[in-house]
Design a protein around this ligand. Structure first.
Ligand code: FES
Ligand code: FES
Length: 182
């Protein structure tokens, strides 16, 4: 029998690996990934669904890890930034961020990468304006967004949504954007 508020077992797939951990009903997915599974690549900023730093992919959709409870992810497939790089190499999207110098402090970067990954899986070619809108739910206090857009557009041309040259990414599904990059 489960007592209200007590930790429960959560089983899920993370970056293709079966994982199991304990989570209180109030534990967010972001917290669970970071503290229970040790996957600290997912960052936590506002904790209220505004900044996008905690964005991960759940069953193909980009979601706010701070707005989803870990228990809601039970039985689902989660992708985090740690799953992007295959065997130590950079994913084409990460490579594009590197080449375009699309990060400074890097706090927003994992969330931006996961949002962009889903967008590029949905379609590789974006206009700059449409992409700006699509990434608008991920806030960055450093870059001014221009190089981020450069990077994601370049990554799309390089086939990053399909995994690019290294074939490291799989299929996914769309997500919605909010306010942000200008
Ligand atoms: S920490 Fe989740 S949206 Fe800011
Ligand atoms: S690179 Fe610093 S917040 Fe985006």
């Amino acid at each position: 029998m489960t007592v209200a508020g007590e930790p429960v077992r959560v089983r899920l797939s993370v970056n293709g690996r079966a994982e199991v951990g304990l989570a209180e009903p109030r534990t967010t997915l972001a917290e669970f990934l970071r503290e229970e599974l040790g996957l600290t690549g997912t960052h936590v900023g506002c904790e209220q669904g505004v900044c996008g730093a905690c964005t991960v992919v759940v069953d193909g959709a980009a979601v706010r890890g701070c707005l989803m409870f870990a228990v809601q992810a039970d039985g689902r497939a989660v992708e985090t930034v740690e799953g992007l790089a295959a065997e130590g190499g950079m994913h084409p999207l990460q490579r594009a961020f590197w080449d375009a110098q699309a990060l400074q402090c890097g706090f927003c970067t994992p969330g931006l990468l996961m949002t962009a990954l889903v967008a590029l899986r949905e379609r590789p070619e974006w206009t700059r304006e449409a992409l700006r809108e699509r990434l608008s739910g991920n806030l960055c206090r450093c870059t001014g967004y221009s190089t981020v857009l450069d990077a994601v557009l370049a990554a799309g041309r390089a086939g990053a949504g399909d995994g690019g040259d290294d074939g490291s990414a799989g299929a996914g599904a769309p997500a919605s954007g909010e306010a942000g990059p200008r």
